[in-house]
Design a protein around this ligand. Structure first.
Ligand code: BTN
Length: 248
């Protein structure tokens, strides 16, 4: 993939800028990077704390030829790329918590938000805007995430250049997306499972329909998490925030 990188000092959200560029015809590989976001967005209507210069805030325009229902696969591509890049840039063992949170030492260092734009032309495929937020040198977090967030620098004990992490991330994303285009989702899913720290744990998932607790048994082919409750009944969870507990 040929990247065209657009850099900004401060934006509301890099996803906002990338969506606008995609709507104006920007091609696949368009990347928006900002030093700061004033209205960074997270999943499930949350905000993403984005102070200037300490984190990587980046959005990539992709056109993988998927339907809107299949675009979740791009979040898996991105989380594998991010976990790999964190490992390469820092030497730290990054893990992935379902669906796409990248953790260091069980705390969240990176989040992914994929947004879709329907094609304007009839018969076209939707465009995916893949937003990645990575805490690189962040040392302080808002109180509501202070106990659950971390950064590469906090875990490593020294800062690393944000540009170095960006290079690693874009290289990994290119490799994993290329793999996805050439071989389909299976090898990416396999790589995701290699980073996963959710399956085999007792979990509580805060879903839109309430909390589902039990043993995380695995993922189905649509990326949903299968949880066996204490009543022995297996439930599929399609979205939510996982709280990890002990091993099964
Ligand atoms: C999450 O809730 O875990 C997803 C966080 C995604 C944050 C990134 S930062 C770059 C891009 N722009 C945004 O506004 N959000 C994403």
């Amino acid at each position: 993939m040929q990247y065209a990188i657009h850099r900004f000092e401060s934006v509301t959200s890099t996803n906002d800028i990338a969506i606008r560029m995609a709507e104006e015809g920007a091609p696949e590989g368009t990347v928006v990077v900002a030093r700061e976001q004033t209205a960074g967005r997270g999943r499930r209507g949350r905000s993403w704390s984005s102070p200037p210069g300490t984190g990587l805030y980046l959005s990539v325009v992709l056109q993988p030829g998927l339907t809107c229902e299949q675009l979740w696969q791009m979040a898996f591509v991105a989380s594998v790329a991010a976990a790999e890049a964190v490992g390469r840039a820092s030497g730290l063992p990054a893990r992935i918590k379902w669906p796409n949170d990248v953790l260091l030492n069980e705390r969240k260092a990176c989040g992914i938000l994929v947004e879709a734009r329907k094609p304007s032309a009839r018969g076209g495929q939707p465009t995916a805007i893949v937003g990645i937020g990575l805490n690189v040198n962040t040392e302080e977090f808002p109180p509501e995430i202070a106990q659950t967030a971390t950064s590469i620098a906090l875990e490593l004990g020294r800062p690393v250049p944000v540009a170095h992490v960006e290079d690693a991330l874009l290289a990994s994303l290119d490799a994993r997306y290329g793999m996805y285009l050439a071989e389909g989702f299976a090898p990416v899913f396999q790589a995701w499972k290699g980073f996963d720290c959710t399956v085999g744990r007792h979990v509580a998932v805060d879903t839109p329909d309430g909390v589902v607790a039990g043993a995380a048994l695995g993922l189905d082919s649509e990326g949903n998490l299968v949880i066996e409750g204490e009543d022995g009944v297996s439930r599929r969870v399609t979205a939510g925030e996982v709280i990890l507990r002990g091993s099964v």
